[in-house]
Design a protein around this ligand. Structure first.
Ligand SMILES: Cc1ncc(COP(=O)(O)O)c(C=O)c1O
Length: 359
């Protein structure tokens, strides 16, 4: 069966080469005589796989030794609790910026643990923009500032980094590895793997080492970053197969030319799709131009009554997972690293055809 064009927001498309290599190695990894899935996490094989994955991720993102790289479980959602538990401290306040559904979830969870100041919000604008930095009502002595550099549902992305004196904490689930970033500007970066990293089940945390070791007394052992840091992310059984696949994705990214090369391709893909949408007279994207996501592109049809027919026709052409998130409706095309320009071209061709037939 031919493979489809997969526009899923996550778990998302993986590079075909990576899947083919995993297929080749699934029964017998590098003549070890067994599958990676069957290996002890204490075995030299898994340790070497995890070490290579970490080294390649460090190289791709240019992560210095001042930062720990942790391979965790529990999804980005668990970090919504881990962050205040590890960083908020007694009686302190943390600032949060609310730019969409994922920011909101992070805020809701953090509020269980202490004082949270929502310093700015674009909710009144239906999350179609990012509040300008000079409007942010930041606390005097915040423990950290949290924001979501790419809102997967709203398709809103920061192309700038706030300049503040407190650690920046960022949910990069849907933007990590899509373009270069300066890790040294951040205190803590976290991401669920299931978009640009690998399969679901792995969560990556990149945290400045001086921010580890200050967790509140009540912090569950598994949510204290020190636990993972002291044990090379192997305090308990880590998601070994997901780490292996992420490692293959990192090698694939290096082969593509690293993140500079990915940014070029990703910009080209996104520009093509936005430009078609804007000029179509049939489709629309609500996000302010300067904050339009390179990874997640929501769009509506001229008439929502046509949504169902659009999705049925798309599926017939092998264009899958275009339905928008249930909270906003419409359509959404997620075009992560592993979604090729050819897939974007196929989507645009179908959109043109559908618009012409329903004008
Ligand atoms: C920006 C963002 N944050 C958090 C999450 C939740 O991640 P997880 O399912 O790994 O908990 C998602 C999932 O789609 C996301 O897109």
């Amino acid at each position: 069966m031919a493979r489809v064009h997969n526009f899923c927001a996550g778990p998302a498309a993986l590079p075909l080469e990576v899947l083919e290599q995993a297929q080749k190695e699934i029964l017998n990894w590098q003549n070890a005589g067994l599958s990676v899935m069957e290996m002890s996490h204490r075995s030299p094989e898994i340790v070497s796989i995890a070490n290579a994955a970490e080294a390649d991720l460090r190289e791709l993102l240019n992560i210095s030794d001042d930062y720990a790289v942790l391979f965790l479980q529990g999804g980005a959602s668990s970090q919504f609790s881990a962050i205040p538990l590890n960083m908020l401290g007694e009686g302190k306040t943390a600032d949060y910026i609310n730019t969409g559904q994922w920011s909101k979830k992070a805020i809701k969870e953090a509020k269980r643990y202490g004082n949270i100041n929502v310093a700015a919000s674009s909710e009144d604008d239906n999350f179609a923009s990012i509040p300008s930095f000079d409007s942010w009502n930041l606390s005097k002595d915040a423990a950290y500032l949290h924001y979501t550099p790419n809102e997967t549902i709203g398709g809103v992305e920061f192309f700038w980094t706030p300049e503040v004196d407190v650690p920046l904490v960022v949910d990069m689930s849907s933007t990590i590895l899509s373009r270069p970033i300066d890790v040294s500007k951040f205190g803590m970066i976290y991401a669920g793997a299931q978009k640009n990293i690998g399969p679901a089940g792995l969560t990556i945390v990149i945290v400045r080492k001086d921010l580890i070791g200050h967790a509140a007394e009540i912090t569950p052992t598994m949510l204290d970053w020190k636990t993972a840091d002291d044990n090379d992310s192997m305090y308990n059984t880590p998601p070994t197969y997901a780490i292996y696949l992420a490692g293959l994705v990192f090698k694939w990214l290096k082969k593509q030319g690293g993140l500079e090369a990915m940014e070029k391709i990703n910009r080209k893909k996104a520009e093509k799709l936005y430009s078609y949408i804007d000029n179509s007279g049939f489709y629309a994207n609500p996000v302010e131009i300067a904050s339009r996501s390179l990874m997640n592109i929501p769009f509506t049809l001229k008439d929502a009554e046509l949504d169902k027919a659009f999705l049925v026709g798309a599926e017939e052409k092998g264009l899958l997972n275009l339905k928008g998130h249930r909270s906003v409706g419409g359509m959404r095309a997620s075009i992560y690293n592993a979604v090729s320009e050819a897939s974007v071209d196929a989507l645009i061709a179908y959109m043109q055809e559908f618009a012409a037939a329903n004008a």
